[in-house]
Design a protein around this ligand. Sequence first.
Ligand SMILES: *[C@@H]1O[C@H](CO)[C@@H](O)[C@H](O)[C@H]1NC(C)=O
Length: 314
Amino acid sequence: MFSRIAASSAVPLAVASAATLSLASPADAKASPANLPAVKASIADLISSDASARGDGTALTGTFVRLAWHCSGSYSAADNSGGSNGSRMRFEPEAKWGANAGLKMARDRLEGVKEKHPEISYADLYTLSGVVAVEEAGGPSIPFRLGRSDFADGATSPPDGRLPDADKGAVPKTVGHVRDVFNRMGFSDREMVALVGAHALGRCHTDASGYWGPWTNAETTMSNEYFRLLVEEKWTIKKTHNGGKWTGPEQYEDKTGNLMMLPSDVALIQDPEFAKIVKEFADNEDLFFKEFAASFSKLLELGVPFPKAWWKFW
Ligand SMILES: *[C@@H]1O[C@H](CO)[C@@H](O)[C@H](O)[C@H]1NC(C)=O
């Protein structure tokens, strides 16, 4: 710890010794020695080789964002339980939660990266996969810190039901539910809308969530397209699918029937407070990227008590 600080020649001695004293909980000094750029490159390789192997547009991009988000979104600010530390999603009960259906595939695909870089914890790897997915898709750089550890079982998992449902019936109920979920994690309306903008990436699968289709026509490109489409397209309830009757849960479609929105997406333009923010992001991609990067980073660190970097004490 001391040698790490002393090794930095730019640090005046007086400051270095003060920092040594004030670091009461220097977990960051023993942060995982994982070679972050190399691990990120392995995840990026996995994403791009998977996309070219499948060539059907159903890439790992959206799945890794969902994995990172579902590891973290179990957090409650009320009692500081849940969150990504521990990688509890590997175990029951979280592995069996309905909201996590389909994510075992994503965790299994990351096993190759874990074998190559055994020094990174699963908890860091799962959250980092979402960061890499966003960055490789042309999105903003996401501030990311290593240091989460892996728990031995799911004994400290919070109760099920903390991840948002896409549909709670009528719009006011759905809006209320979505707001409750994000407020519980400690997010403001703005941060929440920014996070939902990740729907630019990926698609829904009938065998996972029951819903079908992508939100945008470029599901492996991070952009503000989700917000633009929400504002500009006319969204109607989906009635048919592949020439037959749609039998899945209630969802919306654009006039081509190729794109989808969940009830919780459409709720964002029906609630006046949310709609204002949606329009700002639809008009200004830089603003969206900036706020998304900050909110996503905050999400991945919920309940992970990283110590303050020592230089921030001054
Ligand atoms: C993760 O949880 C463990 C066990 O509670 C704790 O010791 C550790 O400090 C946490 N890691 C971080 C980075 O907060």
